[in-house]
Design a protein around this ligand. Structure first.
Ligand code: COA
Length: 178
């Protein structure tokens, strides 16, 4: 670890944060990269010097990275009942197809939608994007592990392919710009 890295780790107060940071360095090395290949822009978005696209997520003990030739964003979320209370804050058009009565499926679908919107936000990274008003996830089946979404913001209309999977009681979602 270089000295800049070392001092960043020492300044991280929570052990979980430190472990998250170190695990990303480990995942980078699995992919054949070192921490020198990674840099962050002023918004905190990670980039690779070789021009490939990278995205990073942490959730509790999990860390994931994705590296691609395509523009990509990733997010991992724990499936929790708490999401039922905030659904109105990040969903709008999705209520046309969500079935609130099937609670177990509803939680899983909301978690996919939340993860998808975080992943798309990480791609676009623009101030003023609202999950509820500007990003829309189209109808999907949990069994299919795929979905599509669109971002309508500031006159820009972009489509995204989404892929998701369950790992224990977490949902991992990644988005690729179309
Ligand atoms: C930046 C943001 C996307 C990070 O997501 P998160 O769920 O808090 O945390 P995650 O663990 O999934 O992601 C963390 C990683 O995101 C990356 N990241 C941080 N800022 C980023 C940005 N502006 N753009 C892209 N990626 C970013 C970093 O790589 C970070 O990991 P690292 O510090 O180990 O390198 C998030 O904090 C955010 O601002 N989300 C938008 C919130 C929002 O608009 N909510 C509306 C609710 S209605």
């Amino acid at each position: 670890m270089d000295s800049k890295c070392q001092s960043r780790v020492e300044n991280m107060k929570s052990e979980l944060h430190q472990r998250g940071f170190l695990s990303v360095r480990k995942l980078l090395s699995e992919a054949g990269y070192s921490s020198f290949d990674l840099y962050y822009d002023v918004f905190g978005k990670p980039h690779l010097h070789d021009g490939k696209h990278i995205s990073i997520t942490h959730s509790y003990e999990f860390s994931s990275i994705i590296i691609s030739d395509e523009i990509v964003g990733i997010d991992m979320e724990l499936q929790r009942e708490k999401i039922l209370r905030i659904a109105d804050k990040f969903c709008d058009t999705e209520f046309d197809y969500l079935d609130r009565k099937n609670t177990a499926e509803y939680i899983k679908k909301l978690t996919v939608i939340w993860g998808a919107k975080e992943a798309i936000f990480k791609i676009r990274n623009e101030k003023g994007i609202s999950f509820k008003d500007h990003i829309s996830v189209n109808q999907f089946d949990l069994d299919n592990n795929q979905a599509t979404a669109s971002l309508n913001f500031n006159g820009l209309n972009k489509g995204f392919r989404l892929y998701f999977e369950e790992i224990e009681n977490f949902t991992l979602v990644y988005a690729l710009e179309q």
